[in-house]
Design a protein around this ligand. Structure first.
Ligand code: ASP
Length: 437
């Protein structure tokens, strides 16, 4: 029998109704032997995620404010799930223990992790699966760096002892046993780690959408779904802001070549998006997706004979490194180089950075363009196909968009353009319409 690891996101396990759908999905396929769950998410738009409420408890405690009312809301949601699912599980002991730890100054990571912990207990009980606490098998070092290989070994050993198990997502522990969480949305990472540890045939990531779309539906109406995408293409797109899957979830699956299948808990018949190492590109598929992000700053540095000045680029990156600022792109000409930085990383320090660049590089001129947006058009089908950029640039010209920057990776898998923030939506629509009929 094959092995499928199924991870269910917050909306798939938000209440008893959703958990019942989740149970039906798991029971429909005997290969779904390992299940990873998030904490209960929102049941409706104005609802709160349990994880947010847990962080809120911690904030109240840190500010010497009463937290009991918020904590009670959390307990009530779990109790309602237990009652509505008709399972026999005593959560009172758990609540008391969490409350005691909270009063004794437990960390924010600990309190946040309890959302997944309690939900995994409930899911295990609903399914009759074993409960395996990731705190004991997802390992971090003292500095909070994830220990991928050690985790893979100990988790793999442990899961051999369990024919079927439910594991809480989002967290693991430091060497001293204290809880450490991944970044927000991190249950996706746990799912991929479990898939790698059991050498799963597929890692199913169940959420509330039927996979990735070729463009943001808030910009393009009814964009086509992406049925197949490679890890590499996804990386290019997720880097620009696609938010269905945590980007760190790709790596563990990729090592073992495990396909990731994004599925919709509310429409389980939809095949969703399949993410694979290599995707055989259909003849007529030129692009796979378009994604972008606003709010970048471009610093264009001009200096006569720059190309002859050894170490010039190293000095630019050294200056930015001193500010702990990542360089997003670095398109260059013979005597010019443009540094593209996300505004959130500049964090109001543009003036200081410019002063330093002037002082240390002595450029002939420094021009700054704020309010830039970057748009990545991605597709393995673009490679070695003449006319792709011509089509893209013509579409933008016809839409009246002035392109401020162009960057094409040598893999020919993506074309990144920089436009003004105000042209962001128009550009995405124009590119989409040019390639997708
Ligand atoms: N519950 C956590 C969060 O809200 C982790 C997750 O859902 O993946 O970020």
């Amino acid at each position: 029998m094959g092995i499928k690891v199924a991870k269910f996101g917050g909306s798939s396990v938000a209440d008893a109704i959703q958990l019942t759908k989740t149970k039906e999905i798991i029971e429909a396929d005997k290969e779904r032997r390992y299940v990873v769950v998030s904490a209960p998410g929102k049941r409706y738009t104005e609802d709160n995620k349990i994880t947010d409420l847990l962080y809120l408890c911690k904030t109240h405690i840190d500010h010497n404010l009463p937290y009991e009312q918020v904590f009670q809301v959390i307990c009530d949601r779990y109790m309602a799930m237990v009652i509505n699912l008709g399972i026999n599980l005593d959560l009172m002991v758990e609540f008391d223990e969490i409350k005691k730890n909270l009063q004794e100054g437990a960390s924010a990571d600990y309190i946040a992790s309890r959302g997944e912990y309690l939900n995994a207990k409930i899911t295990a009980s609903v399914l009759g699966y074993d409960f395996v606490d990731t705190a004991d098998f997802v390992l971090f070092d003292e500095k909070g760096r994830f220990l991928a290989e050690e985790t893979n070994r100990v988790l793999g050993e442990e899961l051999k002892k369990h024919e079927r198990a439910v594991l809480p997502g989002f967290y693991g522990s430091y060497p001293n046993g204290k809880i450490k969480t991944f970044s927000r949305g991190g249950s996706d990472i746990t799912g991929a780690i479990v898939a790698r540890a059991v050498k799963a045939d597929v890692y199913e990531n169940w959420t509330d959408v039927s996979g990735f779309l070729m463009a943001d539906p808030r910009i393009v109406s009814n964009p086509k779904p992406i049925s197949k995408i490679s890890y590499k293409e996804l990386r290019e797109l997720s880097y620009m802001g696609a938010s269905v899957l945590h980007e760190d979830a790709i790596y563990p699956a990729r090592i073992e070549n495990i396909p990731i299948n994004i599925r919709n808990t509310n429409i389980p018949t939809d095949p969703g998006t399949m993410i694979n190492a290599e995707v055989t590109v259909e003849k007529d598929r030129i692009i796979t997706g378009i994604a972008g992000s606003k709010d970048f700053t471009v610093i264009a540095i001009y200096k006569n004979m720059m190309s002859q000045e050894i170490g010039f680029i190293r000095r630019i990156s050294g200056i930015l490194e001193d500010y702990d600022i990542a360089i997003e792109h670095l398109p260059s000409g013979i005597d010019t180089v443009s540094v593209v930085i996300a505004n959130k990383n500049l964090d109001g320090r543009l003036g200081e950075v410019l002063d330093d660049l002037k002082k240390k590089l002595n450029p002939d001129s420094l021009d700054v363009f704020e309010d830039m947006a970057l748009i990545a058009t991605v597709g393995a089908g673009m490679s070695r196909r003449p006319g792709v950029s011509a089509k893209l640039f013509t579409a933008l010209a016809e839409a009246g968009v002035n392109i401020r920057m162009i960057d094409q990776g040598s893999s020919e898998m993506n074309i990144i353009i920089g436009v003004e923030n105000k042209d962001f939506n128009t550009s995405i629509k124009a590119i989409y319409n040019a390639f997708i009929s």
